[in-house]
Each structure stands twice: as C-alpha cells, then as structure tokens.
Design a binder for this molecule. Structure first.
Ligand code: NIG
Ligand code: FE
Length: 440
C-alpha cells in the first residue's frame, strides 16, 4: 500500500479507542504503543501500530516524519467555545479582581451584554479577523475541531451574522467548526423589562429561522457531516439572571421539534436549578459546566447517555477556586469531556493542554482520563465520535505530535506549548511549531 504520510519511531503513539464515549474506569484505558507509527492516505488513517508492523504493511510513503522523542496523539477537540465576538473585557477582569462578581456585573448591564454591544457594532470583516486569530492559536495548541456558539448577537440580524462568520471561517481555516445556536445566552437590554417576550421571539421566530437556514454543502469547505445546517445544536444558559428552568425547558422543546441537538449551560453558579436532570430527560448530547451540580443530579447524569462537559478554564479564569465534580462523575460511571469555554468574560484561553493541566490538579483526573476527555469524549460531545477523537484506521487523519517522550507531559507541564506538528485531514498545518496555512 502506498501512503501520503508516515509518522514513525514515535516514543509513544497514545490514543483512546472507539466511536462512542469512554465511561467510568474505561476513560483511563489508553492504547500506548512504544516506537509507534501512524500511516495516512487520502486524509484518513490507514494504519496504527509499532513502526515495524506499520512499515511492513506499506510500500511507499510520500512524506515521512521521524518522530523520535515525540508523542503522537489524536487531534484535540474543543467541544464548548464562544468563539465569535468583538473586543475584550479586560476592565471587567480588573473589577472582578477587586471583588465584583460575574453575575453582579451581568445584572448591571455589563458582562455578556457589553460583548453583545461590541459584537453588534462590528463588521463581518472585523469579526472574521478577530476570530481567525483565535483559530490560529487553537490550531497551534493542537485543537483540530471545535464547537462554536453564537450568543453575542441576541437579535436575528447579528446572530445570523455570527452564523455566517462561522460558516466562512470553516472554509478559510483548516480547523473544523461545529456551530451551535445560543440565542438564549442572556436577555438582551431591549427586553430587560419583559424577558418573556424575548423567550417568545426565540421560540416563534429565531429558532425556526436558524433551523431553516442552510449553507451550500457542495463546497470543499463545508464539513459533510453538517448536512448544510447553519447550526447543529441549540444551547441555553440556564442561570439566575439569564434563563430560568421553565424558560429553558420551553426553548429546548422548541429546538428539539426543529431538529437541533441539545446542549445546556447547567449549574455554572447557582446550585441545583434543575438544568442537569432536565437536559438528561430531554436527551441532550451534553450538559456543560456542572460546577454546582448536587450528587443526586450527577448520579442521574452518570446513568444517562448525556456527556458531562467540564470547563476548568472558567473557575480558573474567574478565580473562584470551585471546580466541577468531574472526578465523581467518572467514579459514578459517567462520560466526561473537557473544553476551554473560550470567551472574553470567564475564560479567554485557546489551549486544550491548559485544560488538561487544570483538570488533573483541580478535578483529579489522571493524565490518561484527561486525554480521553480532550479527544474521544470531546468528539462524542459534538456528535463526531465516529469521525475523529482517536487514532484508528478509518478515522479522519487529525493528528498531533507533542515534543515530549511521554503523553503525560501534556498535563504535567503548562504555560508553554509542547505541540510541534499538527496534521488536519492528512495535511500538515503546523510544522515545527509554526502555522503552515495560507494567510497563517
Ligand atoms: O460559559 N455562562 C455563559 N457563557 C459563558 C461566558 C460568556 C461571557 O461571559 O461572555 C460561560 O462562562
Ligand atoms: Fe460557555
């Protein structure tokens, strides 16, 4: 067999296995191949094994990577980001350091609403330019696929522009984006006196409009699995000062009827509003945050098919010191994924290895569990476990070479970038730590 790309003599090739999420103790079981190799053809993985075994199965390789001293892992997947916004909230960062809380700032018309003002005022070009820089940094840190939410428009025209930006970036940039509609991110200023009217608009007008919006699927840029939908998932921020449980239920019910997969921001601050059992009962693909989830709700989640996504960059970014009980979810047999929550308010961080570093210290994941949470389980949390998230023949060739002889270094070391080479759909997009993409 002739191949396009052969990575050989890696100190380790390390990967979870499967198409569905690893649950409970299985999250810690990785395949670890010393002196490993991976072969790629037509953008897909065709062989994974020891260098001797893989070389025996191929006749010729167009490009060979000598990976001595390096570790080969699947491309990292970031299943929860608020990728598209304009501006920053650095002044708020300093206010919080002096004692103001996140929800106080939101209630005073700042927080998410201040980013909404900046985003509404931004042109398409500005949004693309600012977001593109973030995509570059994600790719440099090993992320090859990410979920991306709208939610800084909160009116049809701007939400639509954010969906357009995501669609265009999918074509301009090698990182694949899975779009989520988060019109229920906050109640916009103009509906402050009548939040129910905004919920009505979301249900009657915006959700049906997003569901009807299709982008052409024939371009090479469009991921075939998206089936042309402008947004795959619908998410709701269920929180005091955002949307209550009854509103969350109505929005999710409408979204489900319109064919969206469901996601929920649950238990980020206020304890036990009930968003976790609600999301599970509605068949959500993931519930995200889970910082204040009580044990009885964790148990319901652990027994379900819904994946728990924890975002340790958020308590770190806010400096609260309260991290999600992800260890407990795994010990109860649940499936856990990790994400950055990349956003200007709580967690402006493009790095999944940083999330692995935080999750090992503060959520007590083992480095193996953290890798599973950042690859296979993250892929499953966005419905792509059959395509990405592990190094196995047949899967898309999204591969990362780490400049360390043992995969555990990725969680062990922090504040520097160990990612050396990134391969996306079989193409080298980061080489020797530098972008290799047009305009990059
Ligand atoms: O997941 N909680 C709501 N959304 C984001 C924060 C967004 C923002 O502050 O701009 C989060 O933490
Ligand atoms: Fe979020």
């Amino acid at each position: 067999m002739q191949v396009d790309l052969l990575i050989r003599h890696a100190a380790q090739v390390v990967t979870p296995r499967g198409r569905g999420p690893a649950r409970g103790a299985a999250m810690g079981r990785l395949e670890l191949i010393p002196d490993g190799a991976v072969a790629v053809r037509d953008g897909r993985i065709v062989a994974v094994g020891s260098t001797a075994a893989v070389e025996a199965s191929i006749s010729e390789a167009a490009e060979v990577f000598e990976a001595r001293g390096q570790t080969v892992i699947p491309g990292l997947v970031d299943p929860h980001t608020h990728l598209v916004w304009a501006g920053d909230r650095v002044a708020e960062f300093e206010m919080r350091l002096k004692g103001a809380t996140y929800l106080e700032i939101l209630q005073a018309g700042g927080g998410i609403l201040s980013t909404v003002r900046a985003t509404r005022a931004a042109s398409m070009e500005q949004l693309i330019a600012e977001t593109r820089g973030r995509l570059d940094r994600m790719l440099l840190h090993g992320t090859t696929t990410a979920e991306a939410k709208t939610g800084y428009g909160l009116e049809w025209e701007t939400e639509r522009r954010l969906l357009d930006v995501l669609h265009q970036l999918n074509g301009l940039h090698p990182l694949d984006l899975v779009p989520t509609f988060l019109g229920a991110h906050a109640v916009p200023e103009e509906y402050r006196a009548d939040p129910e009217a905004y919920v009505g608009r979301l249900i009657e007008e915006m959700l049906p409009a997003v569901a009807a919006l299709r982008y052409p699927t024939d371009g090479p840029w469009h991921p075939p699995w998206a089936d042309g939908r402008a947004a795959w998932f619908c998410d709701v921020f269920c929180e005091r000062g955002a949307f209550d449980l009854a509103q969350t239920r109505r929005i999710l019910e409408a979204a489900r009827r319109l064919g969206f997969g469901l996601k929920v921001h649950a238990d980020e601050f206020e304890p036990a509003l009930g968003a976790t059992p609600l999301a599970v009962s509605m068949g959500a693909i993931s519930v995200d945050h889970l910082v204040s989830t009580p044990p009885e709700h964790l148990e319901i989640l652990a027994r379900s098919e819904t994946i728990g996504v924890v975002l340790p960059g958020t308590p770190f970014g806010l400096g609260t010191g309260h991290y999600a009980p992800g260890r407990e979810l795994i010990d109860r047999g649940g499936a856990l994924a990790l994400a950055t929550d990349l956003n200007p308010g709580t967690s402006w961080c493009e790095s999944m290895p940083m999330m692995m570093a935080l999750a090992t210290r503060y959520i007590k994941l083992t480095p193996a569990e953290a890798l599973t949470a950042a690859t296979l389980n993250a892929a499953c949390a966005i419905g792509l476990g059959h395509e990405i998230g592990s190094l196995e023949p047949g899967k898309q060739a999204d591969i990362v070479l780490v400049d360390a002889p043992d995969y555990r270094h990725l969680a062990y070391r922090y504040g520097i970038n160990l990612v050396r080479t990134v391969i996306k759909r079989g193409r080298v997009v980061v080489r020797d730590g530098a972008l290799q993409i047009p305009g990059g």
